[in-house]
Design a protein around this ligand. Structure first.
Ligand code: NAD
Ligand code: LMR
Length: 331
């Protein structure tokens, strides 16, 4: 039978895309795969993990949406990746109580580096959405690998910070007694502690008293710790992260499909603070057929937010350098 691949459609901005999930057998990967199966733009879902992906694929494949789902083991990473339009990477270890995201670096850096090499070889035009922590360092790792392979397209590399955006909506709504669905809070910077900066002054929450504001900002910055502590050694956020990852990947697909006004904050190769040595920074990004079409500035900030951004940049410089140095020393 004549078969037209999903890839051949994507160049002309259609609604048929191949999405690969690397780490699909994990706590994030499984629900993320389910949510992607529910996205009608995904016509070919490739689920890859060191173990367990064929089982997840068989399970998810019974959901009656118009897509094929296939599971891949390490002997077939090339097939999993070939022709992918979007690759989502939640592979790697999660935190336990008492750990920072940076404590995951030693394990996750090489996992992400090796998956980035494979993506460069087998799907050099794909949009890459990096979930694996520490995002502030894993995104620069992927960039360095892609550069070394001569296929780096900064418009198609994204650190997924959407969970911070979801938390900001949720937590602010709890403080203000509003419906979180109606909250639109931009979160910028990076994805860990003080690098997470919600821009409350640009919302209806600009008049919070200082104590309430500080507590809310702190909760958004350290929301991940709440889940790590509650899971008590069994990992970190998986279900809310799956929702965040599916939303972000869905927005990337909406952009590829030529939809207009698709805007999400994301940790990207950014011009905003490059002159200060901060090569990657999260801010609102307009997503389009070529990936990141426009990186938005931060808009007007309060003095308080200027202070938060200063602290975020100080930490980001080191996080980014750590990722870049890792690839230089461990190519
Ligand atoms: P998990 O341990 O439940 O799952 C990770 C999966 O990755 C496992 O199935 C494992 O087999 C797989 N894996 C490991 N090495 C691999 C490789 N080389 N190739 C393919 N698969 C591989 O962990 P999780 O809870 O799903 O978290 C995954 C990562 O996501 C962690 O690093 C965590 O810190 C991060 N995370 C990020 C965010 C964010 O906002 N960006 C949010 C939550 C978690
Ligand atoms: C999160 O924000 O929930 C994730 O980055 C996982 C973690 O380690 O907190």
């Amino acid at each position: 039978m004549f078969k037209v691949s999903a890839r051949s459609f994507s160049a002309s901005a259609s609604n048929a895309y191949k999405v690969a999930v690397l780490g699909a057998g994990g706590g994030i990967g499984q629900p993320l795969s389910l949510l992607l199966k529910l996205n009608h733009k995904v016509t070919d879902l490739a689920l890859y993990d060191l173990k367990g992906a064929p089982g997840v694929a068989a399970d998810v494949s019974h959901v009656p949406t118009n897509s094929t789902v296939k599971g891949y083991n390490p002997d077939s990473l090339e097939q999993a990746l070939s022709g992918s339009d979007v690759i989502v990477i939640p592979a790697g270890v999660p935190r336990k109580p008492g750990m920072t995201r940076d404590d995951l670096f030693n394990t996750n850096a090489s996992i992400v580096r090796d998956l980035a090499k494979a993506a460069a070889d087998y799907a050099p035009n794909a949009s890459l959405c990096i979930i694996s922590n520490p995002v502030n360092s894993t995104v620069p790792i992927v960039a360095e690998v892609l550069k070394s392979k001569g296929v780096y397209n900064p418009k198609k590399l994204f650190g997924v910070t959407t969970l911070d955006v979801l938390r900001a909506s949720r937590f602010a709504s709890e403080v203000a007694g509003t419906n979180p669905v109606n909250e639109k809070i931009t979160v910028v910077g990076g994805h860990s502690g003080v690098t997470i900066v919600p821009l409350l002054s640009q919302t209806n929450h600009k008049s919070l008293d200082a104590e309430t504001r500080d507590a809310l900002v702190h909760r958004i910055q350290f929301g991940g710790d709440e889940v790590v502590q509650a899971k008590d050694g069994a990992g970190s956020a998986t279900l809310s992260m799956a929702q965040a990852g599916a939303r972000f990947a869905g927005s990337v697909l909406d952009g590829l499909a030529g939809e207009t006004d698709v805007v999400e904050p994301s940790f990207v190769d950014s011009p905003l603070f490059k002159d200060e040595g901060v090569d990657f920074f999260s801010s609102k990004v307009t997503l389009g057929p070529e990936g990141a079409e426009k990186i938005h500035g931060l808009g007007e900030l309060s003095d308080y937010e200027e202070g938060l951004i200063k602290k975020a940049k100080e930490t980001l410089v080191g996080n980014i350098k750590k990722g870049v140095d890792f690839v230089k020393q461990n190519p």
